[in-house]
Design a protein around this ligand. Sequence first.
Ligand code: LLP
Length: 425
Amino acid sequence: MDHFSYKNGEMHAEDVPLSRIATEVGTPVYVYSTATLQRHFRVFSDAFSGLNALVCFAVKANSNQAVLSTLAREGAGADVVSVGELERALRAGIPADRIVFSGVGKKPSEMRRALEAGIKQFNVESEPELEALDLVAGKMGVIAPVSLRVNPDVDAKTHHKIATGKSENKFGIAWDHAPEVYNKIKELPNVRATGVDVHIGSQLTDLAPFKLAFEKVVGLVKSLRSAGHDIEHIDLGGGLGIPYDPDAETPPHPLAYGDMIKSVLGDLPCSIILEPGRLIAGNAGILLSEMLYVKQGEDRLFYIVDAAMNDLLRPAMYEAFHHISPVTEPGDNAQNAQVSADFVGPVCETGDTFAKARKTVPMSPGDLVAFKSAGAYGAVMASTYNSRELVPEVLVKGAEYAVVRARPSLDDMIGLDSVPDWLSD
Ligand code: LLP
């Protein structure tokens, strides 16, 4: 459920008409709903009631400071993958002891900063990384808490670019090698194993691959514990999908996901960590754009909008589906006059296509459209390709809104470059 709906013939974000944001801030612009962020966080957290669970929002999905602060107030922890995300989480008020650091390539400087801050754990993905962490922690005179991210070799049955749990993927420590690496942790003086970590992919719409992976992990935890390793918690990663296209996919409800996890854990005396990103932020955001031109091609209709692949990369990168809804509520006449159109942006690439042969009500230049479910992996993946200004972001709360990342000026953008002396005259 989200809070983008038609009221008085026009789509609103909570109680703010989208046309007001378009007029006052300009398009393209991301618009987030506070109520939806809160609701998703609460529904997800509630699914684990009765367990000792820490929900660490995957900051990579949406790292805006206002979004992170909203979630921090809900009690969220953070899953970060760079020192940049770590600083963002800390500055948003997420306590260090609720932050886990994931990713295959942490630099020693990043490890140092995270140790200094006192994060909950490092999710370590290789032996060389473990050795580097041991060295850094040793120099600082501290012990680094570690979970090894294991690769359970499970097919997540999702888009190949966002599947991470097969042996051919770069992620995690090979399944059969994991017990050996836990033994190695015991030998290293400055790291301590506190948990086991797994993440098999993103936008999973079926519980079966999760269950398979979690059962393997629980088996591993039991054998590690009986071998004398002090495994206190299990990090089950993120990955639960959302219904981008309810006609095509019906991902499980968080409650079903929570129940499955409870049954897999049984009476294992471990706390759990969860790292949802998309499920919290995806449906809490839209990308608002204006129709520039309607172009009749040789054999198709093109709707050219002012948002492009640099603002929302997912369709170009993963063939991802986003609903494209008119901001003005279509009447019965418009509904009956549906057309088929390719929605494209202004970037000079054929890949700058949001949808092909999409059934839609007829639209005209100047009409506003909302790309739905764009709150996760939208703004964070935006760039200035084609020297387009980085897309701004707005957060709505009830009848109020605030610009939470302003559109930079062309001077701001061009001013990041500098011209060396030898070219100055
Ligand atoms: N934990 C780890 C270690 C991850 O790598 C990820 C996502 C998550 C948690 C959060 O997964 P989520 O709950 O959001 O599915 N840009 C792609 C998605 C990349 C996901 C990368 N890792 C997209 O737009 O679909």
